[in-house]
Design a protein. Structure first.
Length: 334
């Protein structure tokens, strides 16, 4: 039996069931949640990954746990809890984009404490990155996640925050924006979509200008990923270097569920691989990320998302599949 790789990434945030509406009006349950998807996507690309939040003892919770085990994700809290699993009702637009409604009161993935998250991370000698974002940025949970992020930064670990805003389910949008910015202020790597930047009400004539403004507003970040859906993605560095990539040909899109999570996993997996190949820590790599290495990481991230959108639901690709896709379908770069 092959040994599990050492844990290099710990992920905190929601695990839930996406109830995706079918054309006939019925709903198909799919395992999901942005941070849950990120765990799966990282593990499928060979990255040792720990999921920090608890899962429910209900049927959905057991299915979520089984899928994580199948993908090679380890659980910080393997014993199930009595709270129920979160639900997201997903209606797809005519372009395949998901529109969400969430049911998240008294749920399993919110049964966490700052101390519990910190203790799980402290037990991991190979841990290099911690990741959060999406629904974990709910203002009602900021007293849990923000001190944890600050403690991880103080411990020398890189912090990754995926804005992944869900404003339609937040009762106080101003408080939500403030919480998102507070988390981004702790980040070494920021990921945001063009829609996220609109929800944050940032100045600028377009997504790239807003992304530059966001990066300038959070000077601790070394790298920012901006995703533009079918229009491609940018990587922006603190030193002012920028690179862009998009698929050269249109894709046969089934839906976009999990695409951003697969993108981020591909980016982090490639950067971790680069760090290991050079024999340096992740922070040292970020401090000396030359444009050629940045472009390679972006191409891998883009390929990870491209393979995901061609599947229904979130089906993250493996490392070899992404490498083969990127070689067979060279992206347009700039």
């Amino acid at each position: 039996m092959q040994a599990s790789p050492p844990i290099r990434v710990a992920v905190a945030g929601e695990a839930l069931i996406d109830l995706i509406r079918n054309p006939d009006g019925s709903y198909q349950p799919c395992l999901g949640g942005a941070l849950y998807n990120l765990c799966r996507a990282l593990a499928r690309q060979g990255v040792g990954t720990l999921y920090l939040n608890p899962l429910s003892s209900d049927r959905f919770g057991r299915e979520l746990a089984a899928q994580l085990a199948q993908d090679g994700v380890q659980l910080a809290r393997p014993a199930p809890v009595q709270q129920v699993t979160s639900l997201a009702v997903v209606n797809l637009t005519e372009h395949g984009h998901p529109d969400y409604a969430f049911y998240r009161e008294g749920v399993a993935d919110r049964a966490v404490t700052t101390e519990g998250l910190a203790q799980a991370c402290a037990a991991l000698p190979s841990l290099q990155l911690v990741c959060t974002g999406a629904l974990a940025l709910d203002a009602r949970d900021t007293a849990i996640y923000l001190p944890w992020l600050q403690a991880q930064r103080a411990a020398g670990r890189c912090v990754v925050v995926d804005a992944n805003l869900r404003p339609s389910v937040m009762p106080d949008l101003a408080a939500y924006r403030a919480t998102v910015h507070a988390a981004l202020a702790e980040a070494d790597i920021i990921k945001a979509s063009d829609e996220d930047l609109e929800h944050l009400d940032l100045p600028g004539p377009g997504a790239l200008a807003r992304a530059r403004h966001l990066l300038a507003a959070h000077p601790r970040a070394s790298l920012m990923a901006l995703t533009l859906g079918a229009e491609g993605a940018w990587l922006l560095q603190r030193n002012g270097s920028e690179c862009f990539a998009r698929e050269a040909q249109p894709l046969a899109v089934a839906d976009t569920v999990g695409a951003g999570d697969s993108f981020l996993a591909g980016l982090l997996a490639h950067l971790l691989q680069q760090a290991a190949g050079r024999g340096v820590g992740f922070s040292a790599l970020l401090a000396d990320l030359v444009p050629d290495r940045c472009r390679l990481a972006l191409a891998h991230a883009l390929g990870s998302a491209s393979l995901c959108v061609q599947e229904r639901g979130c089906v993250p690709p493996g490392w070899d599949a992404v490498q083969a896709w990127a070689q067979a379908h060279p992206a347009r770069t700039g």
